[in-house]
Design a protein around this ligand. Sequence first.
Ligand SMILES: O=C(O)c1ccc[n+]([C@@H]2O[C@H](COP(=O)([O-])O)[C@@H](O)[C@H]2O)c1
Ligand SMILES: Cc1cc2nc[nH]c2cc1C
Length: 350
Amino acid sequence: MTIETKYSNIPSIDAEMGKKVFNYIQTLTKPVGSLGRLEELAVQLGEITSNPFPTVTPPGILVFAADHGVAVEGVSAYPKEVTAQMVLNFLGGGAGINVFGRQIGAIQRVIDIGVASDIEEPGVIQKKVRYGTGNFLVEEAMTRNEVEQALEIGFSQCEEVIQEGAKCIILGELGIGNTTTSSAMLAALNGVDSVGDLIGRGTGISDEKLLLKQQVIEKALAERKPNPSDPIDVLSKVGGLEIAGMAGAMLAAAQNRVPILVDGFISTISALVAKAINPAAGDYMIVGHRSAEPGHLLALQLLEKQPLIDLGMRLGEGTGAAVAFPILQSATLMIKEMATFESAGVSSKE
Ligand SMILES: O=C(O)c1ccc[n+]([C@@H]2O[C@H](COP(=O)([O-])O)[C@@H](O)[C@H]2O)c1
Ligand SMILES: Cc1cc2nc[nH]c2cc1C
């Protein structure tokens, strides 16, 4: 079975329900259109969930952790051990995403889909496909089969969280080096071989490392030659296990009519992969925030989405989406709790 067939089961969004929600919003006690983008979000949530009074609580946050072979080239500001250390920090509840996840009452899980060391701690979901990817400067990051395994893990992890009751899915990641991987993937998906505009400082690299990052990616693209029209080829040649896992999870959310709140740069690359596998997945996505990583702008243009907030954040883990989540909640509460002109006895427009 091809990947496209395996993930072909995404229903069309419910345009009729969107119209119903739109018409209902016109009856609420406010000047027409005065809640701006919240009104558009409410309509989109109606279309996604096929529910006239959609809900997004509780949200589910899945954080996928994996290492990147390319990190040995010195393209990150931090050592690669940080990936595993941050998984432990997450388990202790001290990562940024734990804080914002608690704030929004989220179901939270962390999945080891490819960390380069063994994590014995209870609490981590052990789904390691391999001990980190290969260094794509000198070899393919992983096999097609490993990409397919990672997609499937993401898919089933997301289905489990939906079974637990999650009504909106936030995907986060931990992976030292993954802005290099994401920039390489973005260039590959976009069919370009120079990456000056697509790279950034990730965790905060120096000018010298930034130049090295550009050279590493451009050389890797020339050597690996990923096929822009085959997302599995792009993932296997220059991709990451957590990026594949998040893409699989997004396909599951779309298949189950659950809205996806996309996070930053890395998460948006997963969104592009999910959309390349099944274009219908894009209709289930809302982008939470704009990351400070420069390549996010092009990634958002390719995804054809406008982020909800722009706070200069670049942490990853799903934090930007978690911080934006209350905006989605406001859109649903607007429909659920606002009075209508009729119920409140307010005169409507002349
Ligand atoms: O999500 C983003 O937009 C984002 C932007 C910059 C950095 N990050 C996080 O920082 C790590 C990758 O940065 P780097 O410099 O190691 O490639 C990885 O763990 C990401 O979660 C995340
Ligand atoms: C400390 C730290 C936390 C992170 N969370 C996501 N990426 C990260 C990278 C670093 C370096």
